[in-house]
Design a protein around this ligand. Sequence first.
Ligand SMILES: [Zn+2]
Length: 717
Amino acid sequence: MRLAPSLTALTLFACAGGPTPAPSTPPPAAAAPAPVSVKPPPALDEPVGVAAARIAGPATGLTAACQEAMERTRAGIEAVKASSPPRDTVATLTAYDDALAAASDLVSQAAVARQASPDAAMRKAGEECSRQIQAQLTGISQDRALYQVLSGLDLSGQDRATRWWMERVLRDFRRAGVDRDEATRERVRVLNDELVAIGQEFDRNIREGTKTVAFAPADLAGVPDDFRKAHAPGADGTITLNTDYPDYKPFMAYARSGKAREALWRAYNTRAPANSEVLTRLLAKRHELATTLGYANWADYITEDKMIRSGKAASEFVERISAAARPRSERELSILLTRKRKDDRAATRFEAWDYSYYSNRVKAEQYRFDAKEARPYFEASRVLDGVMGVTGKLLDISYRPVQDAAVWHPEIRVYDVIGGRTFDERAGQSLGRIYLDLHPRENKFKHAAQYTVISGQSGHRLPEGALLCNFPRSGGLMEYDDVQTLFHEFGHLVHHVLGGHTRWAANSGTATEWDFVEAPSQMLEEWTRDVGVLQAFAWHVKTGKPIPTTLVRRLRAAEEFGKGIDVRQQMFYAATSLHLHDRSPKGLEPTPFVAEQQSRYGAFPVVPGSTFYTAFGHLNGYSAVYYTYMWSLVIAKDLFTAFEAAGVFDPETGSRYRRRILEPGGGKPAAELVTDFLGRPYEFAAYEAWLNRGTLPGPQRKSGPAPGPENRPAALH
Ligand SMILES: [Zn+2]
């Protein structure tokens, strides 16, 4: 997914909580297993479309499928444990993989049901199913007899992907406490169950926390005509706006009245107030779980299996990036305050609700780029065509509409992803199915994210994935930022589909280290900056003419403005996420604590009474690891250097990218995937160049693009 509550382009990539953890010292022997060969139930080879139909309802169907999956998982695990040595490694791994795939796919489907179903009974069934299966997975991750079987397998003849998978599996057993005493394992089990339930409460409060604000028609001064037309006054003459993205983002970008923007911003940043207390419980349980397992805190526990490895390293990364962005952000803020003073001579503060509006003013006046000028080129259905065209050409795939699929809402569009000629024997065949649930509605997930529906596996199941987003409907106009978000989400989707043909379900799709997983999506955003790419789909909604080259150039120059502030705000979110989790939560009051993080890391003044974190959904899904977005961005910028050198649609580079980054799924450590593609290890240079790129207007200049390079190089190593 894309991140950041107020930034833009991040997507929700959600965390369907796969099987968990495990450790390494051999646990005491369990009762001697009966000498039976591995005879698990047959692999789950469900036809395409069945899972989505299940999410469509009724709720009783999901509940029944949930029970069936749990039984299949239980029987598979029992079969593995009942086998006797010498064990056939491949047969044992197959049974184990099949068993977990059944459970984890149902957890994913339950997540889609609870976040997107219009049926309250289905959302409830989704929550219940998630809780039950997560509990089962926790039990499996602590099963000593199972651990003993798996850790005793001879992997010497197995391939790299198999060995890397088992390395992770055995580590995760240890992370679940498999080698701890009975009382400890029981406590870990209970805590895991409680964390699932508390996390669901956090998500639910956000989903149901949309607020509305009534405005006088005059408050809409400055907004685009299409926005005004879509918001007619009610019987009492007022115009009601809500805090969902299609209202919130354009209003913050265009409404001239600072008071009106402040009113909607305050509503947006006080959503889900009950989550302050929910978060306190979440932090306490996470800390207890981590310390019970011998970690100093949750941040150390959750980063251990990421590329970054420790809470301390994550903290150093946040400090380094934050310091690198600060000089640039200070200059940008000073330019913005100067511009605000033209409207309000007494202004001494630049507020969070001023940012989107005044950065648009600076871009219009000093970079000659007005976002309103670009907006008519981004009609929603054309942008969708655009992202499909780009991913199709880059990866040699096409999208075939599916008309008769059963889905959970009539607005969802369904496509099969078809392989092109370079897919050899799979050319012309479906590689997987995607579900695009792109528009807001009541009780639906409020951000943008990609969800798994089915994890693909070679020879068994085609991958199926869904996007849950909140974009305008067909005919509506998107902000450029929304365009980037859609490209970003598609990055996850094609990773899921193209990586969904692995030998093991456990390695399918986006099963790479979490702090790498945003990189392919962030890299795909680069295609929205290319003139040729944009002109292929960004056609004016009335004239049908492609977006002019000069407008794209101005857009790109203007896009450099605000980068320092954006990075700094991202580091505020990362610091909030990390520092809530790298200490004892005893006595920690979230509201003042987050305010303190904001004064240290954020770009804007703290606003008393606002509680952005109560609707910061990542605090459930990502807990301490929001930093992953910026870490992935470092890698994304490096990956893109290959396309910068060869051309954004260079067939050889595109094919190499597909085969070496996307198709392996989680079959290798991410650092190796990157080295395979680039021919060298990843480095910071491209990110550093990006952060320092572009010119800032000098404060003395009144108009026109500013000359001269930004003179405060950031230090990144
Ligand atoms: Zn993402």
